[in-house]
Design a protein around this ligand. Sequence first.
Ligand SMILES: *[C@@H]1O[C@H](CO)[C@@H](O)[C@H](O)[C@H]1NC(C)=O
Length: 308
Amino acid sequence: MRLSALFTLSTIYGALGVSLPTKRATICNGHAELCTRPYGNTTFLGSHDSYAFSSDPLALARDQEVDIPTQLGLGVRFLQAEGHLNDGVLHFCHTSCLLFDGGTVVDYLTTVKTWLDANPNEVLTLLFTNSDGLSIPDVWEPTFVAAGIDTVSYVPPNNPMTRSDWPTLGEMIDSGKRVITFMDAGADGTDGAPVDYILPEFTMLWEPPFDSTEPSFPCSVDRIAGPLSTVDHLNMLNHNLDINVLDTGVLVSDPEDASTTNGVASILADANGCAPLAGGVAPNFVMLDFVNIGAGLQAVDELNGFSS
Ligand SMILES: *[C@@H]1O[C@H](CO)[C@@H](O)[C@H](O)[C@H]1NC(C)=O
């Protein structure tokens, strides 16, 4: 009886050219509350130089200890990475591919897509840097297509989007378009024709200074662009502390201090320091080195209003 009723209903819907209401996600990014929370009002845990992972303590150019699936398993939902060409192929490398080569971008994005397919109720943000000015349509986009990330990428209705324009996590998950990609340079049309799901970062997301050597993370608006006001931009914490090696000006991350830097007290203090610039609200992204150390997810849960 119920089956035939459903069949009739779907036949009527079909005849009217509308599809049956699809099943709604009830848990989004691990929390029921986040299904109705707009993307612009959510805090996500982020990984700085996510591809630059190594368990070798002598690998000074590493900023992470654990690989991408492990980072995602720890609750990371914002992956930052730096693109460079190596022998004509797009790789993620730290400053130069001679210093640290994290492999091809296609392999990286394929790993991410495998995780997305296994975790359909998760919204993920990518922040890639393009300091060599590589073509967005000719060099970057083919890697998204090869990995299938284009098929799950969110295309915003406005560009730029204000912080309050973004849909809820539930809407993104229900639509299947749950990957948001920002690019620091070139996505505004300066490096080839724009690709509609590779979004210019600074017109929508402002950054405080990066590579701080001050554990107090003094906050200021360091990089921003476009017509939107600061409070209409998303915002992030560059909460990764560097040490200046023997005062040479060479900055490296320090796993020794990560348990303090990635502790709840340090992260919440940084968030409070940036809040006056962000209209009094929490940051959208908390980006850390060594995400497997400390209590990054706990701090993010608290910023989202969950006690853990
Ligand atoms: C979300 O909104 C609440 C209520 O205004 C606010 O306390 C919180 O800081 C906001 N979070 C973000 C990331 O905007």
